[in-house]
Ligand binder design. Structure first.
Ligand code: ADP
Length: 448
């Protein structure tokens, strides 16, 4: 195992990684920007380095500062968390060029999966079902219209370099196509400095089902069951659960094997997630692969009794996956994650940064809170609004829901608005309790 690892991230995930490092007796170096001086990861770290001002481009995305910090502190490896540089193949290369270990897959695997269009081609080649889509990038509105006529509306314009729902536009009818095409391209150019887009058939009422995988350097590849992330607002996840109420053991095995086939094709190592859409007839389609740990990884940890961050560290250090004797894993009980964002759900989820004047965290059996906040902490307006994740586990889905209600009720964050009341509303919906949720759930229920 490593002696010292640099954490190239912030917020709750930085805390999560520091905790895993401490349990493995590895020293942590946390880098931070000016505005993150008071965050919990900085307080918990063994060593810290300020790498610049608040804007991410001048700190968390600044490769030379991060490499410089790792070298000056004598770290052997860099954990990128999620977001920022986590899926940046060029960064992974620079890390390796500096004789450091990038805790993640190879730059080649990141590249192959990072371009969604290319990833679709790869999947098609190995017989993994993909959503019907344009053959490669679409460059003109006329070409887009041609595809849409062929598969029928609605269609979805997607950025090849996409992520976080950016550069994505649903088009319901021909008259909206040209303006949506331009808008998607402009948004993609701004977000990813790459305006390439392609088209997919827009599936109606799918579920978002993703498979967590791990692959070590000894050729062991395992899947850790699925997560159901169908509760989304504007294609962004808000609540995730595992296992999915929609999957049978047979479908789980089939999707799990498909995800592993995708991973093996790109010689994947480390933790990764293969995302699928599942239609109402039980057919599934590859959407993309995320080559990093995900925000919602704790629900998987809860139902498989694993620690994904420690597995990432072990794999990067050249050790095998630690639980091969338990494979194939079956889900044990049920877990739900609630993303607590500093946003006002009554005002269109408008960001609500500011000082937390009072904080009561929930606890008791089956309750986990991953957060970097504390009473007196000021949530800066500079970064994304995720301030905590509440994860509940129950022996059954009903128990997990009851525990979620109980824990959300105990959770009190004073001074700013949060998504806690929103989650309580979701748990109050009959369709959620019955497990019949699709990606349009929020539009059709909570705010209907
Ligand atoms: P991003 O990487 O930007 O988050 P994804 O490709 O992961 O984008 O898609 C995000 C969400 O958008 C999915 O979870 C799903 O709800 C919706 N989505 C994506 N592709 C389709 C599609 N072809 N049909 C219907 N919904 C889709």
């Amino acid at each position: 195992m490593f002696d010292k690892v640099l954490v190239a991230n912030r917020g709750e995930v930085a805390v999560r990684i520091v905790r895993a490092l401490r349990e493995l007796d590895v020293k942590s170096v946390v880098v931070y920007s000016d505005v993150d001086r008071d965050t919990l990861a900085v307080k918990l770290a063994d060593e810290t380095v300020c790498i610049g001002p608040g804007p991410a481009a001048q700190s968390y995305l600044r490769v030379e500062s991060i490499i410089g910090a790792a070298s000056s502190k004598g770290a052997q490896a860099i954990h990128p968390g999620y977001g920022f540089l986590a899926e940046n193949a060029a960064f992974a290369r620079v890390v390796a060029d500096n004789d450091l270990v990038f805790i993640g897959p190879s730059p080649e695997a990141i590249e192959m999966m990072g371009d969604k269009n290319e990833a679709r081609e790869t999947m098609k080649r190995i017989g993994v079902p993909i959503v019907p889509g344009s053959d490669g990038p679409v460059t003109t509105p006329e070409e887009a219209a041609g595809f849409a006529e062929q598969v029928g509306y609605p269609v979805l314009i997607k950025a090849s370099a996409g992520g976080g729902g950016k550069g994505m536009r649903v088009v319901e009818s021909a008259d909206q196509l040209a303006s949506a095409f331009t808008a998607a391209k402009t948004e993609a150019a701004a977000a990813f400095t790459n305006d390439e887009v392609y088209l997919e058939k827009y599936l109606t009422r799918p579920r978002h089902i993703e498979i967590q995988i791990l692959a070590d350097t000894f050729g062991n590849t395992v899947h850790l069951c699925e997560r159901d992330c169908s509760i989304q607002r504007r294609h962004q996840k808000l609540l995730e659960e595992a296992p999915s109420p929609a999957l049978t053991p047979e479908l789980r095995a089939q999707m799990g094997e498909t995800a592993l086939r995708a991973a093996r094709e790109v010689s994947y190592t480390g933790a990764g997630t293969v995302e699928f859409l599942l239609d109402t007839d039980g057919r599934f389609y590859f959407m993309e692969m995320n080559t990093r740990v995900q925000v919602e990884h704790p629900v998987t940890e809860a139902i498989t009794h694993t620690d994904l961050i420690k597995e990432q560290l072990r794999i990067a250090a050249g050790e095998p996956i630690s639980f091969l004797d338990r494979v194939p894993l079956a889900p044990f009980g049920h877990a739900i994650e609630f993303r607590i964002n500093a946003e006002d759900p009554d005002n269109n989820f408008w960001p609500s940064p500011g000082t937390i004047v009072g904080l009561t965290l929930p606890g008791g059996p089956g309750v986990r809170v991953d957060t970097h906040i504390y009473a007196g902490y000021s949530v800066p307006p500079t970064y994304d609004s995720l301030i905590a994740k509440l994860i509940v586990w129950g022996a059954t889905r009903d128990e997990a829901i009851a525990r979620g209600r109980r824990a959300l009720g105990e959770f009190s964050i004073e001074g700013i608005k949060t998504t806690i009341p929103f989650h309580l509303k979701v748990l109050g919906e009959q369709d959620f309790v019955a497990g019949t949720v699709y990606t349009d759930f929020i539009e059709t229920h909570v705010f209907a």
